[in-house]
Design a protein around this ligand. Structure first.
Ligand code: S3P
Length: 441
């Protein structure tokens, strides 16, 4: 599908974004592992979460889904999963593959989990090695653990069994790896202690606690004691990673005022707000009552004169999925925006350093690729680069499709986004919302 985007005269409106992707995956998976039945409200209905649902159903989990209503999950109380009759398909979803692998590592049967072309290129050694040291048997594609890039890849063949707790220092800051090991830790003998190089999103810690698990966090150390989870109802807040598109759209447009309602503002996810503020954006956060142990707020952003900034270090995991979008903001700012310490961007649904730089250049931006980030030239004086419409491609990556659409809302002339259906992975309503907030002259 090709989607065309032009810059509207004005942007106005109130937006409700779909449910948080990270929390949606976890609400299904952890409740499937728990004792009891849970109701999930506001679940994200998009490709990645459907992948988790599909894998769980193949493992014998009953999930009741009433088109637009509440989803119910019947827990399997720890080990009550069924050996899957077929290869499990995680689609495009790294979270599905890495978190479910932690569960499979502890089940008394063998299974194979794979995904689409993009997911089969993504690094899996990061979960294979620690799960093996807990006692699981896992092999990567073609029985090998080293592909051409020196890493291991799906399909993963996992023979689960008796696990023991470990102390593990993660070489990369990844909430997916941390969560995979926390899941396995519930089934292990003895405690597991995980050390993160930088703090990553803590939705697993929060939900585990709400479900009665013994989890302790001490700085960058997370320890988990073995035990059973209790089913818990979840109200999923809006996804800040989806809200981020509208926040940047409003900040870079000359006549915009947008409010995004009911957004999860867990501090491990709000790096985008900090970065936008550092760039001089007008961002208002209006706190609402918490939902299921997660802070929630309405966010309002208005047209702003942005200036370049430096994004690096411990801030990176707090805005990892928003970096393509911050590169767009950088192009529309005055001065230079520098993104460093973000080599993980190369291991996402696409190599997001390459795809962001390549697509932004088509729109007229000046972007230099670094091994671990980008240098984006803004404009001299007030206002950024004058972007112009072009033909862009999503590279099958939902966040690249949406980031380029936001840049196109500031560009002169028409932009065509090819393979625009990629947005269905996390935000199927994206194009409708884009049209709704655009006010014609
Ligand atoms: C996620 C963690 C991040 C993020 C992804 C969702 C999660 O991945 O990019 O979109 O739900 O745990 P990494 O853990 O690989 O950084």
């Amino acid at each position: 599908m090709i989607q065309t985007v032009t810059s509207p005269a004005r942007m106005r409106g109130e937006i409700a974004v779909p449910g948080d992707k990270s929390i949606s995956h976890r609400s299904l998976l952890f409740n499937a592992m728990a004792r009891g039945t849970a109701r999930v409200e506001g679940l994200l209905r998009a490709g990645d979460v459907f992948s988790t649902m599909r894998c769980l159903r193949a493992l014998g989990v009953r999930i009741g889904d009433t088109a637009w209503g509440t989803v119910t999950v019947e827990g399997r109380a720890g080990r009550g999963f069924a050996a899957p009759a077929e290869v499990l398909d995680a689609g495009n979803s790294g979270t599905t593959m890495r978190l479910i692998s932690g569960l499979l590592a502890a089940q008394p049967f063998a299974s194979v989990i794979t995904g689409d072309d993009s997911l089969r290129r993504r690094p899996m050694r990061r979960i294979i090695e620690p799960l093996r040291s807990m006692g699981a048997s896992i092999v990567g594609a073609a029985g090998s653990n080293t592909g051409a890039d020196g890493d291991a890849h799906a399909p993963l063949t996992i023979r689960g069994g008796a696990l023991h707790g470990i102390r593990y220092r993660m070489p990369v800051a990844s909430a997916q790896v941390k969560s995979c090991l926390m899941i396995a830790a519930l089934y292990a003998e003895g405690a597991t202690v995980i050390e993160e190089p930088a703090a990553t999103r803590d939705h697993t810690e929060r939900m585990f606690r709400a479900m009665g698990a013994r989890v302790r966090v001490d700085g960058k150390h997370v320890s988990v004691e073995p035990g059973e989870l209790r089913a818990v109802d979840v109200r999923v807040p809006g996804d800040i990673s989806s809200a981020a598109f509208w926040l940047v759209a409003a900040a870079i447009h000359p006549d915009a005022d947008l409010t995004v309602r009911n957004v999860g503002v867990n501090p491990s996810r709000t790096g985008i707000l900090d970065a936008l503020r550092a760039m001089g954006a007008s961002v208002e956060v209006m706190a609402l009552p918490d939902a299921g142990g997660e802070p929630v707020a309405d966010l309002r952003v208005r047209s702003s004169r942005l200036r370049g900034t430096v994004i690096r270090g411990d801030l990176i995991p707090r805005l990892i999925d928003e970096l393509p979008l911050l590169a767009v903001a950088g192009a529309c700012a005055s001065g230079v925006t520098e993104i460093r310490d973000a080599q993980e961007l190369r291991a996402k649904e696409s190599d997001r350093i390459q795809t962001t730089a390549g697509e932004l250049r088509k729109l007229g931006a000046t972007v230099e690729e670094l091994p671990d980030g980008m240098i984006v030239q803004g404009g001299t004086g007030q206002g950024g680069t004058a972007l112009r419409g072009a033909a862009c491609v999503s590279h099958g990556d939902h966040r690249i499709a949406m980031a380029m659409a936001i840049a196109a809302m500031r560009a002169q002339g028409e932009t065509a986004i090819h393979d625009a259906e990629a947005v269905d992975i996390s935000y199927p309503q994206f194009w409708d919302t884009l049209q709704r907030i655009a006010v014609a002259r």
